[in-house]
Ligand binder design. Structure first.
Ligand SMILES: Nc1ncnc2c1ncn2[C@@H]1O[C@H](COP(=O)(O)OP(=O)(O)OP(=O)(O)O)[C@@H](O)[C@H]1O
Ligand SMILES: [Mg+2]
Length: 229
């Protein structure tokens, strides 16, 4: 199938079942470079499943996903994981930082795994911690920082490789509204500064307000929602 013109990542007619559960039942999606799209919908509607399919983590039963003109289904597992490492970034509800590493080491980790020297990786990591306004925490371990601070570190880690798509699944779900809004401000500013597209799963309208466009998933089906301004 042909993705919408100009889209970086697009999906058509995705189906995914888990036993009797239809997690996705004809879902569609598309995003342009630099665009921030919020994926909304009630619990269990298929938002995370859609994100995992788009990111090549879960393989749908049927349907088409194209990234930068390439059909994900035609790629091997190794090619898909290389794509995730080099072109995608991830932020989840609970930062999932490595507890034994300091904040700067956590942010440097994706670069280290790509073969960057320690010195260079930590220098880049520090720049990203500064952008997220948590550079004073560089030497602390995740257990010694607050939830909001940890999420800022997680955003820095997701963007340090300059991904073309940032996948964020309820990135502020564990934060109070003030911290949540600050993280969203910093996340969207940082993503826009690198022209990364952002797939933002949330069920909070306040968080979705940071997007350019919203889509709603219900019972595994998605549709565009005209923004009510
Ligand atoms: N690995 C799995 N095994 C079995 N069922 C699953 C699995 N992943 C998702 N499901 C089911 O698929 C449906 C969609 O789940 P999904 O996690 O995509 O929902 P969601 O919209 O992200 O919900 P939430 O807002 O609670 O995170 C649910 O009924 C869920 O129980
Ligand atoms: Mg979910």
């Amino acid at each position: 199938m042909t993705p919408p013109p100009g889209s970086l990542l697009a999906a058509e007619d995705l189906h995914k079942t888990y036993g009797p559960t239809k997690a996705l039942d004809g879902a569609e999606f598309s995003i342009h470079p630099g665009e921030v799209v919020a994926v909304m919908g009630p619990s269990g509607s298929g938002k995370s499943t859609l994100l995992h399919c788009l990111a090549g983590i879960v393989v749908p039963d049927s349907g088409s996903i194209t990234y930068d003109g390439r059909e994900l289904a035609t790629m091997s597992d190794a090619q898909r994981s290389a794509l995730r490492r080099s072109e995608f970034g991830f932020v989840f509800q609970f930062g999932q930082l490595v507890p034994e590493l300091t904040c700067v080491e956590n942010v440097a980790l994706p670069l280290r795994l790509n073969g960057t020297s320690r010195k260079e990786a930590e220098r880049a990591a520090l720049t990203w911690l500064e952008r997220l306004e948590v550079d004073d925490l560089a030497k602390k371990r995740p257990g010694e920082v607050s939830g909001g601070q940890g999420q800022r570190v997680a955003v820095a880690r997701a963007l340090v490789t300059r991904p073309r798509v940032l996948f964020a699944d309820e990135p502020t779900g564990a934060l109070d509204s003030l911290n949540g809004e600050r993280v969203m401000e910093l996340l969207t500013d940082a993503a826009r500064s690198t022209n990364a597209a952002v797939v933002l799963v949330t069920h909070e309208a306040r968080v979705a307000a940071y997007s350019d466009r919203e889509i709603v998933v219900r019972d595994g089906r998605s549709r565009d929602m005209e923004r009510i301004v």
